[in-house]
Design a binder for this molecule. Structure first.
Ligand code: SF4
Length: 368
């Protein structure tokens, strides 16, 4: 009986053509960040400039409310939300005006906690708006850029100001036994990163595809055959909206379901037609291997060492498409695919696309 129910659920998932009802959303306030973490799937960094306009945020909050979401179903992330601190406060102010507080979660890497006084002042200001959880990034990758004392300060003062249970740290084991990653030489850093990779599942997308995938165990393309993404792309009940209005399904950064500046968020799921989203359709119906095979047929050189995960397969194909202007409506924005922190990966596909095969540009415009 349970088996039959599971089969029915899976069949529904695999045949899904539209996004499930969204129950939560992450709003990416900016792509700017003080750090350039090796695991960052958004390529955030100091030279990334995208910042969410406050009036756009107001529209998105109204639309999300129409979908039945309240402030607790939302989180503010980035980039680093505290990098443009007055903008962060502006976002809270808009959320307050729109009745979308308290906020479910606010993310930060604590880089700004340079003194007790500053930490207390800023957290006091945020506490007045109301936030259920302050999520503090702390791991081998963030501590290449942020001294661990600042994380400790934020945790201590955050618990004082926001409440004991309101502050969480992303990798508590690292905090218990931290490594001063910034003081290590390149070889030592790679060793630490390799070790961190062995302790969890990492999304090999964005900068992670360039910096971490070469450190991970890699497998040939065929090893990922059969991996499909209907659940992640359409079945998950969460989205992220970036500073340009791009709506990413779940945590699949760089895959665009639609743009909230062009189509109101509340109407997006009902208006979504999988057949008008050819790249998504391939991922849903066939999986990332088919996407990479298409990229290879168009001239992408497969990475010599293989792939670290199905998302790495997916990202290498998308990076090729982005580099050559293919699937422009579904692959973007620039920030996710262009990393100012480094040259293009040795794994990157760099040849010009062949003209044989399906005309993806036309398909991506829904013209097929
Ligand atoms: S393979 Fe692509 S679509 Fe599938 S979960 Fe990974 S990033 Fe998302």
């Amino acid at each position: 009986m349970a088996g039959a129910r599971l089969r029915t659920r899976l069949r529904r998932l695999w045949t899904r053509r539209r996004p499930a009802r969204w129950r939560s959303a992450g709003i990416l306030l900016t792509y700017t960040c003080n750090a350039q973490c090796a695991d960052c799937y958004e390529n955030s960094g100091p030279s990334q400039r995208g910042v969410l306009p406050l009036e756009d945020l107001r529209d998105y909050l109204r639309e999300l409310k129409r979908l039945g979401l309240d402030g607790r179903a939302l989180h503010f992330g980035g980039g680093e939300p505290f990098y443009h601190y007055r903008h962060l406060i502006g976002c809270f102010e808009v959320a307050r005006q729109e009745g979308m507080l308290p906020l479910g979660k606010l993310e930060t890497n604590a880089f700004w906690c340079k003194s007790d006084d500053l930490a207390r002042r800023r957290l006091g200001e945020i506490a007045l708006f109301g936030v259920a959880t302050l999520q503090v990034s702390c791991d081998a990758f963030h501590q290449e850029f942020v001294p661990i004392e600042r994380v400790r300060r934020l945790l201590r003062i955050g618990r004082e100001v926001l409440g004991e249970g309101a502050v969480r740290v992303s990798v508590p084991e690292f905090l218990r036994d931290p490594i001063d990653v910034a003081a290590l030489d390149e070889e030592q850093k790679l060793e630490v990163f390799r070790d961190a990779l062995g302790r969890g599942a990492w999304r090999m997308v964005g900068r992670a595809a360039r910096r971490l995938a070469p450190l991970a165990e890699r497998r040939p393309l065929e090893a990922f055959a059969g991996a499909r993404c209907a659940r992640k792309l359409l079945g998950k009940r969460t989205i992220h909206v970036d500073p340009h209005g791009n709506v990413f399904p779940s945590v699949c950064a760089g895959i665009v379901l639609g743009n909230a500046r062009q189509r109101p968020l509340a109407g997006m799921p009902a208006a979504f037609e999988l057949d008008q989203h050819p790249l998504l359709r391939t991922l849903v119906e066939t999986g990332p291997v088919a996407l990479m095979q298409e990229a290879i047929a168009r001239g992408c050189e497969p990475p010599a060492g293989g792939y670290a995960s199905k998302c790495h397969v997916c990202f290498e194909a998308r990076r090729f498409f982005h580099e050559h202007g293919l699937y422009p409506a579904e692959v973007g924005p620039e920030e996710i695919y262009t990393d100012p922190a480094g040259s293009k990966s040795a794994l990157s596909c760099s040849r010009a696309p062949s003209r044989v095969g399906e005309p993806s540009r036309a398909r991506s415009d829904g013209l097929a």
